[in-house]
Design a protein around this ligand. Structure first.
Ligand code: SAM
Length: 293
């Protein structure tokens, strides 16, 4: 029985038994591997790093989609950066009120192979008539795009290889210019305990660009090491404070079916542990300021 050992960290790594290799190739941008594992189903890795698995992908795709979508409340146009497996697109296309979705993915082969070997991720979402797929570097795209979006979701790899460009100040500045007034940017921002410098660096960039920025979190089993952080940035501070009743009304009214997300989880996801608040220099926790007697 061969094993896949993740190489994201030098001195630590999770391992998967490979029951069957479904696809393996060096694309123009990265090493792409899709294999079967008894515990997590079909698994996709890029450059030796687990990107997504059939069994636990719902946590990540639901949180990175529904938190901004339901907080915003009036989304018509969405931009997805990365997301070649199609899981984010599946969640975004659940919203009938969305009129247009652009997805900018650097690696065409990731889309093609995930359509073929991970069909449960996209579930046909790539064929949704509202979707426009652009094969390009997301950092370049947001620098020059002349369209604006109500929600931008950066569903990137880690800050390694082609993904490194999606963690630069210029990328966040490009997203800012592509956001419509009151729009929300959310990004995959690594496992806080294991990649704390990534959280600190992103926070440093966002605070120079947006009126309101923070992180929310969820534990995704195969993103090992604890909670995964998602960056949140907008020029409308009210959106992060959308009350639980409003979140619940929208969730019910729109009939969005989920397995992880619900309004209470949404509301609680913005509560961060002290070590993360320290890392983003929000030591004076807003919660205690707001609720201290
Ligand atoms: N859920 C995963 C995670 O949290 O690590 C991300 C999954 S998704 C497969 C990541 C996608 O980002 C891949 O399809 C990869 O090709 C794409 N990507 C990496 N760098 C990119 C860039 N600069 N522009 C656009 N897409 C990029």
């Amino acid at each position: 029985m061969t094993k896949f050992v993740e190489t994201l960290y030098d001195s630590y790594g999770q391992a998967f038994h490979i029951d069957e290799v479904l696809f393996e190739n060096k694309t123009d941008h990265q090493h792409l591997l899709i294999f079967c594992n008894a515990k997590f189903g079909r698994v996709m890795s890029l450059d030796g790093i687990v990107q997504t698995t059939e069994k636990d992908e719902f946590v990540y795709h639901e949180m990175l989609t529904h938190v901004p979508m339901i907080a915003h409340g009036h989304v018509a146009k969405v931009l997805i950066i990365g997301g070649g497996d199609g899981g984010m697109l599946r969640e975004v296309t659940k919203y009938e009120q969305i009129t247009h979705i652009t997805q900018v993915e650097i690696d065409q082969q990731v889309i093609e192979m995930c359509k073929q070997y991970l069909p449960n991720h996209s579930q046909g979402a790539f064929d949704d008539p509202r979707v426009n797929i652009v094969i390009e570097d997301g950092c370049e795209f947001v620098k020059l795009a002349d369209d604006q979006y109500d929600v931008i979701i950066s569903d990137s790899t880690d800050s390694i290889g082609p993904g490194e460009a999606l963690f630069r100040h210029e990328f966040y500045a490009g997203c800012k210019r592509c956001l419509s007034p009151g729009g929300i940017l959310v990004t995959q921002n690594g496992v806080a305990y294991m990649q704390q410098d990534e959280v600190t660096t992103t926070a440093g960039y966002l605070k120079t660009l947006f009126d309101d920025w923070h992180f929310f979190a969820a534990a995704v089993p195969t993103y090992v090491g604890g909670i995964m952080t998602f960056a949140w940035a907008t020029d409308n501070p009210e959106l992060r404070r959308t009350d639980l009743g409003t979140l619940g009304n929208r969730f019910e009214a729109w009939g969005i079916k989920t397995r992880y997300y619900n309004p209470e989880v949404h509301y609680g996801a913005f509560a961060l542990p002290q070590y993360v608040l320290e890392a983003i220099e929000k030591r004076d926790n807003e919660y205690h300021k707001k609720f201290s007697p």
